[in-house]
Design a protein around this ligand. Structure first.
Ligand code: ATP
Ligand code: MG
Length: 165
């Protein structure tokens, strides 16, 4: 069974089965630089920041098979969460982003659709996705990531108030 997770100009993102487990197949266009960058960064991170682990890479047609992360987008999660839970999730996102910076990368594309919130055995966790624009660490890029996180949570707070009023 194959489920389409996202249909993009660059190529589809599909939920597939790979070696007996659920996986995510992200297909890029020929010569799609961001797919190559993403593969390199995922291989380096090995799950740091909650990044999906990379399982396989095709170079013929740029494509990545990676860990399938079970959860909901940050936006979907946020509007239905209690204020206390929202604060916990926000701290987790900041912590995971800090881990990515610490090991030497900046994400450069922090948005609510690039964060997945998972819930397993009563524990919440967050996963930062989509490393096609990531770059080696530089302080000014890291500051921009942090600024983007601030703006993302301000936006989510406004959205929550708007949808609940
Ligand atoms: N490893 C994964 N596990 C589960 N879902 C994923 C995974 N990777 C991507 N997705 C889903 O596909 C969506 C798009 O993925 P991603 O952000 O990597 O690509 P994108 O180029 O930004 O595409 P889009 O423009 O649709 O956001 C994510 O928001 C998420 O819902
Ligand atoms: Mg994305």
């Amino acid at each position: 069974m194959i489920n389409c997770l996202s249909s993009r100009h660059e190529g589809d993102i599909l939920k597939v089965w790979y070696r007996g487990r659920a996986a995510c197949l992200k297909i890029g266009q020929k010569n799609h630089k961001s797919t190559r960058i993403e593969a390199k960064v995922l291989a380096y991170l090995e799950g740091i920041g909650g990044a999906p682990k990379i399982y396989a890479l095709s170079t013929h047609r740029p494509a990545i098979i990676m860990e399938y992360l079970n959860g909901v987008s940050l936006q979907q999660f946020y509007v239905n969460a209690s204020p206390e839970l929202r604060k916990n999730i926000e701290s987790l996102v900041r912590y995971k982003l800090g881990q990515i910076h610490f090991v030497g990368y900046v994400h450069c594309n922090i948005t609510a659709s690039n964060v997945i919130v998972s819930h397993q055995d009563g524990e919440y966790d967050v996963h930062i996705l989509d490393y096609g624009r990531a770059r080696p660490y530089k302080e000014e890029f890291a500051d921009k990531d942090v600024h983007d996180v601030d703006r993302m949570f301000q936006g989510l707070e406004w959205l929550t108030r708007f949808t609940k009023s």
